[in-house]
Design a binder for this molecule. Structure first.
Ligand code: UDP
Length: 314
């Protein structure tokens, strides 16, 4: 009999790729999403399958899944800065109440649960690169706080369920991830720059562009998550690509790839925008035998082809 897995945030960027992966691994996949930032297009191809079903539901409200459940992946949340500023209460509710519901369901079903945490728990980090032992530098009332603090609460309640109830929990701290199915209007740097390059707008760089990020291709991330779920390690593990780049260099790479004649324009840096971000992936390497395989050049090219198709551009 196949293993049954509930994936919340199933219609989102990462959630939908997780659905694909677990279908491929012969699981029965139950997707759940309230579709505020997710899109059914991302999982439409799964609906005809016998081993896929979908609930249009808000995870922050009571969840009931009939029958047995072996695993839960909690990936429901707005996740781009533009989205969580637009949906602040929903972001806090899904990270707190939604996580509580998922943990309660895991406890009731005896299921193992993996929670999607984030590099944002490190805030604007004072330690570089960021190892899991770093406690972070987060503004609790700043413009990113609805996301950062929801995710920090999520980690705390997850550890509490592990310690108090013996629930089998896993926590992945996800660093910047990209690939097909990102929303062109989600406000993140990569979709923004592609959209601007393709539609002939200037390329917006915030601040002086010296802030850094480290971008991981989605299939690598999904593989790390799969390995973590199957491992016996319950403390947080960073998953990301340590190949660090400044945002200005990144914009220049996009300009070169797309051949756009548009120029770079500098806008104000949003408040609390982290100055540097790069995962220390020693734990993932040692415990999961995992490291990213897809370099930025390859991954960005695949994503560009996806965006061109989405915008009907040759
Ligand atoms: N950024 C930028 N231009 C844009 C969008 C974002 O320069 O059009 C910058 C943003 O200020 C940040 C970095 O790119 O320093 C990554 O932003 P993103 O929203 O992708 O995610 P974050 O890593 O900040 O959560």
């Amino acid at each position: 009999m196949s293993k049954r897995i509930l994936i919340t945030g199933a219609a989102g960027f990462i959630g939908s790729h997780l659905c694909d992966r677990f279908i491929k691994e012969d699981f029965e996949v139950i997707g759940m999403d309230n579709l505020i930032t997710g899109d059914l297009k991302n999982i439409e191809h799964l609906f005809p399958l016998k081993n896929f079903s979908f609930y249009h539901q808000d995870v922050s409200k009571f969840i009931h899944i009939p029958g047995k459940l072996d695993y839960i992946l909690n990936f429901a949340s707005p996740a781009s800065p533009v989205d969580y500023v637009k949906w602040p209460i929903q972001t806090l509710k899904v990270g707190s109440l939604g996580t509580h519901n998922c943990l309660g369901l895991a406890k009731a079903k005896g299921a193992r649960i993996l929670l999607a945490s984030t590099s944002e728990v490190y805030g604007d980090p004072l330690v570089h690169p960021q190892p899991e032992e770093y406690w972070g530098n987060v503004n609790p009332i700043g413009p990113r706080s609805m996301y950062d603090e929801a995710k920090r609460f999520q980690e705390a309640i997850t550890m509490a369920y592990h310690n108090a109830h013996g629930v089998e929990t896993r926590i992945v701290r996800i660093f910047n991830t990209y690939g097909p199915r990102m929303r062109l209007n989600d406000g993140r740097v990569l979709p923004n720059h592609f959209f601007q390059a393709i539609t002939g707008e200037d390329i917006t760089v915030f601040g002086d562009g010296k802030q850094t990020r480290s971008f991981c291709y989605v299939s690598d991330l999904v593989d790390g998550i799969y390995r973590l779920l199957m491992s016996d390690y319950h403390l947080p593990v960073n998953c990301g690509n340590p190949d660090e780049i400044t945002i200005l260099q990144f914009a220049e790479e996009i300009i070169k790839l797309t051949g756009t004649k548009q120029k770079i324009v500098f806008h104000d840096l949003p408040k609390d925008d982290p100055k540097q971000r790069k995962p220390d992936i020693t734990k993932a390497r040692n415990i999961l035998g995992w490291e990213p395989k897809i370099g930025r050049e390859e991954g960005v090219k695949i994503t560009y082809d996806y965006f061109k198709k989405a915008l009907n551009v040759k």
